[in-house]
Design a protein. Structure first.
Length: 577
């Protein structure tokens, strides 16, 4: 085995060859519980049944060079590789190809346990090893029990032998024993499969060499923190790793922060997952008009590209630029989705323009985030930003960026010019209704001074936050409960599914208020008006309907029709900006 810092090809029990892995004394003994072993076996069985020709990645094994040729210190990955060895022990009872697999693991200073793995001793010193063997044997014996798609023990054994895959990552040669000890972390402790973006990283990094490879790995790991909850309300974020050693010393979370995290801090995370971020960058790298949508196919999408060293360099340049622009000009969200912010909450000087424009930009991005099933709008936003601030170090005017995002939104979802077609797409239960209701809510928020008459309503509208878990609900339900409830008048049933009678509420509230009388729904709005609950109202369109009902004590055909027309006119205004 050559000794690059990252190897592009995965190893399996079938391809591991003469390599041996020594577990140093500073590591704890084998410690997996039955639930962790069964979880790994269940995942392997599912993969065997559903994707019998594809690999199942059990992780990255971090190794360090030793004085012996073809032997490496297993710095991280002991639990997984030991479990795989124990699986091989059980399967070797009926499958000869596993016969010598136990020879690959060297337990330094634990001779009794090493003899157990080589089947030269009945009982190990570490009883966890014998308990694991019993758990594995019981799982294999029950393979066909109660399963409509049984997998034979021989097929399961063969799948693991040829497809249970892992990558090897070698730490730098200059690492001392102390360095290796510091690097020892418990990673993938539940047998969770290696993430696709890690596999992509390894394959691309292998196209580069030396310091260039190191810079690529450092940058990639830094960018991957986009998906972490790492932004506090005070604006403190992750310390950026500067060396490969820094990353290797904490590969799981890399949470080296300035200062200690306070209980009162609000942690923010990206509005875009790292796989989505990579797909947007790949689309721009390839001059595509739309990014590939399915982030679950990240590995196969990147594998389909013919990556050379030069192409990896060019893609990485795009990725670097996207990261700089992203952390400067795109919002982050808190874990609960109750608020959004730019990277530095207290420093809006990163954008030109008035404070109101910056608030509008933050709201509009949050609207795009919740209303889209993909991140195509980000691709076009990056293209526009790159023309004005290629290095992410300048200043983009908030008002100009907002105007561009609105243009992108209108281009992707043009409003039909024909009234009949507009009515068609705004009628329940059309699939795109949620998008149009979210879009309407943004413009109601932006023009709240114009559209909400009562100061109490404007105050509620000001606090409105876009959230994803919304469903479309009839304001006056189809079959209102109770004799005293407002009922549909004769001849007005056609208005029930019209735009005027629709609004969005949370999925939980939808279940709670299904067919609830109008007064119950109005009462829910009134708790926000009275400032009696935390959080924000679920729909500004519902808030507008409340104002109409409050002023006129009526929600019949004429009011529903007039409200619907007024809201459609606002959508028309938004399309004409």
């Amino acid at each position: 085995m050559n000794d690059p810092q990252l190897l592009t090809s995965p190893y399996t029990p079938a391809t591991i060859g003469p390599l041996r892995f020594r577990i140093p004394l500073y590591q704890r003994p084998y410690a997996w519980e039955n639930t962790e072993i069964e979880q790994l076996l269940t995942d392997l069985l599912t993969a065997c049944r559903e994707h019998p020709t594809e690999p199942y990645y059990i992780g990255i094994m971090n190794v360090g060079r030793t004085d012996e040729r073809l032997q490496y210190d297993l710095i991280d990955g002991q639990q997984r590789l030991t479990t795989l060895t124990l699986i091989g022990m059980v399967l070797s009872e009926t499958d000869a190809q596993w016969k010598d697999f136990g020879q690959h693991l060297v337990l330094y200073g634990r001779q009794e346990d090493a003899d157990f793995l080589r089947r030269q001793r009945e009982e190990p010193q570490n009883t966890k090893l014998s308990e694991a063997v019993a758990t594995i044997r019981n799982f294999v014996d029950r393979l066909g029990d109660g399963n409509p798609e049984p997998v034979s023990a021989s097929a399961f054994s063969d799948y693991i032998y040829h497809h249970a895959a892992f990558f090897l990552a070698a730490v730098p040669d200059e690492y001392t024993l102390i360095d290796k000890n510091q690097h020892f972390v418990r990673m993938n402790n539940r047998g969770k499969q290696l993430e696709a973006h890690e596999i992509v990283k390894i394959r691309m990094a292998n196209k580069l060499e030396g310091d260039e490879r190191t810079r690529f790995v450092v940058g990639w790991n830094r960018f991957a923190q986009l998906g972490c909850s790492a932004q506090s309300e005070e604006g403190r974020g992750l310390e950026e790793p500067q060396t490969l050693r820094a990353i290797l010393q904490a590969p799981e979370t890399y949470s080296n922060r300035k200062g200690e995290l306070k209980d009162t801090e609000i942690l923010y995370e990206s509005v875009c997952s790292y796989p989505e971020f990579l797909l947007v960058a790949l689309a721009r790298y390839g001059n595509q008009s739309h990014p590939a949508y399915d982030a679950n196919k990240l590995e196969s999408i990147f594998k389909g590209e013919d990556w050379t060293a030069e192409r990896v360099r060019r893609f990485f340049e795009v990725l670097q630029q996207h990261y700089r622009l992203f952390v400067r000009y795109f919002i982050r969200r808190d874990r609960e989705g109750d608020r959004y912010t730019f990277r530095n909450v207290d420093d809006y000087a990163q954008f030109g323009g008035r404070e109101e424009q910056r608030q509008q930009l933050m709201r509009f991005q949050s609207y795009l985030y919740v209303s889209r099933e993909d991140q195509a709008w980000m691709l076009h936003a990056f293209e526009w930003l790159a023309e004005r601030d290629a290095d992410g170090n300048g200043r983009v005017d908030a008002g100009e960026f907002l105007a561009e995002l609105k243009r992108i939104d209108r281009a992707e979802y043009p409003l039909p010019a024909d009234d009949e077609e507009l009515d068609r797409i705004l009628t329940y239960p059309k699939r795109e209704l949620r998008y149009w209701l979210w879009r309407l809510d943004y413009y109601l928020w932006e023009r709240r001074e114009e559209y909400f008459e009562r100061p109490e309503s404007r105050r509620v509208a000001e606090r409105y936050v876009f959230r994803r878990n919304r469903s479309v609900e009839h304001i006056l339900p189809r079959h209102p409960r109770g004799e005293a409830a407002v009922q549909w008048a004769a001849g007005e049933e056609g208005l029930m599914n019209s735009f005027g009678n629709l609004a969005m509420i949370s999925s939980g509230t939808n279940s709670l208020l299904s067919n609830a009388p109008l007064k119950e729904k109005i009462a829910r709005v009134e708790v926000y008006i009275g400032n009696d609950v935390n959080g924000t109202i679920e729909s500004l369109k519902l808030l507008k309907a409340y104002e109409i009902f409050h002023n006129e004590r009526d929600w019949k055909g004429g009011k529903i029709r007039a409200h619907g027309e007024q809201m459609k006119q606002l959508l028309r205004k938004s399309a004409a900006e």
